[in-house]
Design a binder for this molecule. Structure first.
Ligand code: ADP
Length: 264
């Protein structure tokens, strides 16, 4: 394949190591990780506690730098950048979604979503509010733009957070246990939104320890002891929209059952 026609990876890391030094001790959190993520992929990173997932996410998210190895994000070489350069790159190319939503509590949904645009130092003049409203409409919250987080359910708060991650049109959406604080139905709703966004072309990489959640991704990467030990496409991938429809049918059947019992 010629370089000219090759698809540019969203992420390309090679031989990434991360060594933490604590006094005389060193901890090798990552021990040589290679990973390439192409546009349109939807990857679930799995692994037990302590396997190195957070360290990997921090590096991919430009919050930390590798001790060894190379990192290219959307063709830009990241390793060796200064903190300010990393911050700009993060703002331009990455959207983040967290387990705890991380919304400002006394701030409306639309103001929360607008925030990353106000931090944008590229100097682009944009109608930031219109962009924030459009992002909220994209996640199905166009009718709740003035609500504060406390007036929204957990699933709705996570959708606001997803809108905030999308508002800058990032190259990659990084989500760290995005369903960790949600009940099972809301988890499937959020995964349905991720699948919809991915079908629209957004590249997603999420960390989860729930195998059911990983089944909604297209590819699973398993980390253990600071290395990728498995990397495979998802077989029998689930469609979250279908699972939601099945849940609705089951709930209706159950409600009908109660009606029959009450009538008897
Ligand atoms: P996971 O997210 O899979 O639970 P982490 O990436 O948090 O794993 O941690 C991987 C290893 O690196 C663990 O042994 C952890 O104790 C160690 N580690 C993580 N962060 C630090 C740090 N800031 N200083 C020292 N050791 C760390």
């Amino acid at each position: 394949m010629s370089e000219v026609n090759a698809v540019r990876p969203v992420i390309r890391i090679g031989g990434v190591q991360k060594i933490y030094r604590m006094g005389d001790n060193t901890v090798a959190a990552l021990r040589g990780v290679d990973l390439t993520v192409l546009p349109g992929e939807f990857i679930a990173v799995m692994g037990t506690s302590g396997s190195g997932k957070s360290t990997l996410m921090n590096i991919l998210g430009c919050l930390d730098v590798p001790s060894e190895g190379s990192y290219h994000l959307d063709g830009v070489r990241v390793d060796g950048m200064s903190r300010n350069q990393l911050a700009d790159l993060r703002n331009q190319k990455l959207g983040f979604v967290f387990q705890g939503f991380n919304l400002l509590a006394r701030t409306s949904a639309v103001d929360n979503v607008e925030l990353p645009l106000l931090y944008d130092r590229t100097g682009k003049k944009r109608d930031t509010r219109a962009h924030a409203v459009a992002a909220l409409e994209r996640v199905g919250l166009g009718g709740r733009i003035d609500h504060h987080p406390s007036e929204l359910s957990g699933g709705q708060q996570q959708r606001v957070a997803i809108a905030r991650a999308l508002v800058t049109s990032p190259t990659l959406l990084l989500a760290d246990e995005p369903t960790g604080n949600l009940d099972s139905r809301t988890t499937v709703e959020v995964m349905a939104l991720f699948q919809e966004l991915n079908e629209q072309g957004i590249t997603i990489l999420l960390v989860t320890h729930e195998p059911e959640v990983a089944q909604y991704a297209k590819r699973i990467v398993v980390v253990r002891d600071g290395r990728i030990v498995r990397d495979h496409p998802v077989v029998d991938r689930r469609r979250a929209a279908d699972d939601l429809a099945a849940m609705d049918v089951a709930a209706e059947a159950e409600a009908a059952g109660h009606d029959v019992q009450e009538a008897a």
